[in-house]
Design a protein around this ligand. Structure first.
Ligand code: HEM
Length: 537
C-alpha cells in the first residue's frame, strides 16, 4: 500500500483523466458525430415546421433541459478549492493511527468547500449566517470527511430537531420571504422555544457570523470524535482549524452593502487569493480528553451546544492545511462534491453525540437524490485515490465495468473476490461499553442552556458586545410577532442582564426573565442548576 501512497498530486492526476478541453476540434454531438449546422433546425421547407428527425436539436435541447440538479437542502451556496494536508509529527504512538497523520513529509490531497447555510445557491455571500467548513481528505486508507462549521457549537442537541430548525430558518413557505437567515419571525419563534439554541444564538449574533473572508475563519468539527492510536487506545477529541491570517470579521454595515454590491465577495476573495499564489492556510488542532477523564466536566462531551473551553483543554496543533488550486469546473467539483460525516478512516471514530449520529444517516440519504442515485461515489471529485473493490453493482449512472462472473462473497468460483480484512488497512469500530434502557432522553447537563452562552457573551470585548446587542436589535426588529420578541429577550436575561436590557431598550419593551411560557411546550424546560449535573447522571 505504501508504494501506492497518494501524494499531493494524486487527486489532480485522477481528475485530469476526466478533463475535456475545447481544443479547436470540430463540433460534435454526444455520439461524436460532426455537426454541420449549429444555427438552423431541420425543417420541412424553408418556413418549417421542424422535423422530429432532428437529432441534433433534440439532443442539444434535451441536455440543456436537464442541466440543473437540486441544490443542497442546506449549505446550497458555496465555494471550494483543492490543496493538501501535512502532519507536523507522527501520531501513531500517542493519538491516532490514521495514515495521513504519520509522515510529516507526506502531503495528503484535500478538497475544501466553504458555504453559507440558509441561503439559496444564488444568495449573497456576506449574509449573517453560519459558514460551512467541509474538508475531504483523500487518504491512502480512503476518504475522511471532516464536515464542520466556523462556529464551535450548534443550534440543537439532537438530530431529530434538524428539519424543524431548518424549516424555521429558511424563508417562510407561503411566500418564500425573507431570504435573510435570522431576520424573521419563524426563526425567532423556534429559537424562543428551543432554549438549547441560546449558546449558538450568541455566536450567530456576534461578528463570527459575518466573516471578512473564508481565509480568515476558524473551523470546528463541533462534535466530540474519537481518535484511536496504534495500540487501539481510544481518546475523545474535538477538531479545530486555526487560520494563519487570523480570525477577522466585517462590520454589519459593510456586510449589508457588500451583499448588494458584490454578492460574490467571499468566493471572489478565495478564488483571487489562490489565483495570485496567496495560498490560504490553516493549522489543524485537537483538544484531547482521555476517555476516563470525560466525566470531569460539568457538561457532557456529547452535547454539541457546548465547547470544551481552551483554558481547560488547550488545542494541540498537529498539522497544516494549504489551499493552492482553484477547481477547473464549478459544477463538476464544487457542486457535485458529496461530503458525509460517516466517511471515516482507521484511526478516527465517532462519538455517541446524538446530533452526529443523525448526521451519519442524513448526508448519504440526501445525496442519493441530489446526485441521482447510488453511484455518486464514482463522480470524479468523490472518488478516493486508493483502490475501491466491492460487490456493489449496477444502478443509475454506473461507470465501473466490473469484470468476472460473480458478485458475492464468500465465493469459491472467483479466485480474486474481494474479502473482508483484505485491504491494506480495514476500519474497525472501537469497542465501547453501551448499557442502559432504550429511551428518548438526554443526560441532565444537556439542560444547562445558559452557562456557556454567558461565558461567550462575557468573553467578548465591549465593542463586540455592542455588536451583539445591535445585531439582536436589528434581527428581532424584523420579527413582527410581539410575544416572540418578548420571549427572546426573556431568554437573553438568563444570559446577561445588560444584554437583555440593551436589546429590550432598542425594541421598546420591558425585559422580563419569566420563562414559564416554556411549560406549554414539551421538552424545552431549561435546567437552571448551572453545571450541577454530570454526564449520564
Ligand atoms: C450539508 C455542516 C448538522 C444535514 C452540510 C454542509 C456542512 C454541514 C459544512 C455542507 C457540505 C458541503 O459543503 O457540501 C454541519 C454541521 C452540523 C450539521 C457542522 C452540526 C454540528 C446537520 C444535521 C443534519 C444535517 C443534524 C441532519 C440530521 C445536512 C444535509 C446537508 C448538509 C442534508 C446537505 C448535504 C448535501 O446535499 O451534500 N452540513 N451540519 N446537518 N447537512 Fe449538515
Amino acid at each position: 500500500a505504501k508504494q501506492n501512497a497518494p501524494d499531493h498530486d494524486s487527486k489532480q492526476d485522477q481528475l485530469s483523466a476526466f478533463h475535456r478541453s475545447n481544443d479547436g476540434g470540430g463540433l460534435t454531438s454526444n455520439q461524436g458525430i460532426g455537426i454541420a449546422d449549429n444555427q438552423n433546425t431541420l425543417k420541412s421547407g424553408i418556413r418549417g415546421p421542424q422535423l422530429l428527425e432532428d437529432f441534433v436539436l433534440r439532443e442539444k435541447i434535451t441536455h440543456f433541459d436537464h442541466e440543473r440538479i437540486p441544490e443542497r437542502v442546506v449549505h446550497a451556496r458555496g465555494a471550494a478549492a483543492h490543496g493538501y494536508f501535512q502532519a507536523y509529527e507522527p501520531l501513531g504512538d500517542t493519538l491516532s493511527s490514521a495514515s495521513f497523520l504519520q509522515d510529516p513529509s507526506k502531503k495528503t490531497p484535500v478538497f475544501v468547500r466553504f458555504s453559507t447555510v440558509a441561503g439559496f445557491r444564488g444568495s449573497a455571500d456576506t449574509a449573517r449566517d453560519v459558514r460551512g467548513f467541509a474538508v475531504k481528505f483523500y487518504t491512502e486508507d480512503g476518504n475522511w470527511d471532516l464536515v464542520g462549521n466556523n462556529i464551535p457549537v450548534f443550534f440543537i442537541q439532537d438530530a431529530i430537531k434538524f428539519p424543524d430548525l431548518i424549516h424555521s430558518v429558511k424563508p417562510e413557505p407561503h411566500n418564500e420571504i425573507p431570504q435573510a437567515q435570522s431576520a424573521h419571525s419563524t426563526f425567532w419563534d423556534f429559537m424562543s422555544l428551543m432554549p438549547e439554541s441560546m449558546h449558538m444564538a450568541m455566536w450567530i449574533m456576534s461578528d463570527r457570523a459575518i466573516p471578512r473572508s473564508y481565509r480568515m475563519m476558524e473551523g470546528f468539527g463541533i462534535h466530540t470524535f474519537r481518535m484511536i492510536d496504534d495500540s487501539g487506545k481510544s481518546r475523545f477529541v474535538k477538531f479545530h482549524w486555526k487560520p494563519r491570517l487570523g480570525t477577522h470579521a466585517l462590520v454589519w454595515d459593510e456586510a449589508m452593502k457588500l451583499g448588494g454590491q458584490d454578492p460574490d465577495f467571499h468566493r471572489r476573495d478565495l478564488w483571487e487569493a489562490i489565483d495570485n499564489g496567496d495560498y490560504p492556510e490553516w493549522e489543524f488542532g485537537v483538544q484531547v480528553v482521555e476517555e476516563d477523564q470525560a466525566d470531569q466536566f460539568d457538561f457532557d462531551l456529547l452535547d454539541a451546544t457546548k465547547i470544551i473551553p481552551e483554558e481547560l483543554v488547550p488545542v494541540r496543533k498537529i498539522g497544516k492545511l494549504v489551499l493552492d488550486r482553484n477547481p477547473d469546473n464549478y459544477f463538476s467539483e464544487t457542486e457535485q462534491v458529496a461530503f458525509c460525516p460517516a466517511n471515516i478512516v482507521p484511526g478516527i471514530d465517532f462519538s455517541e453525540d446524538p446530533l452526529l449520529q443523525g448526521r451519519l444517516f442524513s448526508y448519504l440519504d440526501t445525496q442519493l437524490i441530489r446526485l441521482g442515485g447510488p453511484n455518486f461515489n464514482e463522480i470524479p471529485i468523490n472518488r478516493p485515490v486508493c483502490p475501491v473493490h466491492n460487490l456493489q453493482r449496477d444502478g443509475y449512472g454506473r461507470q465501473a465495468i466490473d469484470r468476472g462472473r460473480t458478485a458475492y462473497e464468500p465465493n469459491s468460483l472467483a479466485g480474486n473476490c474481494p474479502v473482508q480484512g483484505g485491504a491494506p488497512r480495514s476500519f474497525q469500530s472501537v469497542a465501547t461499553r453501551v448499557d442502559g434502557e432504550k429511551l428518548r432522553a438526554r443526560s441532565p447537563s444537556f439542560a444547562d442552556h445558559f452557562t456557556q452562552a454567558t461565558l461567550f457573551y462575557q468573553s467578548q470585548s465591549a465593542v463586540e458586545q455592542q455588536h451583539i446587542v445591535e445585531a439582536l436589535s436589528f434581527e428581532l426588529g424584523k420579527c413582527d410577532v410581539p410575544h416572540v420578541r418578548r420571549r427572546v429577550v426573556a431568554l437573553l436575561a438568563h444570559i446577561d442582564e445588560n444584554l437583555a436590557a440593551g436589546v429590550a431598550a432598542n425594541l421598546g419593551i420591558e425585559p422580563d426573565p419569566d420563562l414559564s411560557y416554556l411549560d406549554d411546550y414539551t421538552g424545552t424546560q431549561p435546567n437552571e442548576r448551572r453545571g450541577a449535573a454530570k454526564p449520564g447522571k
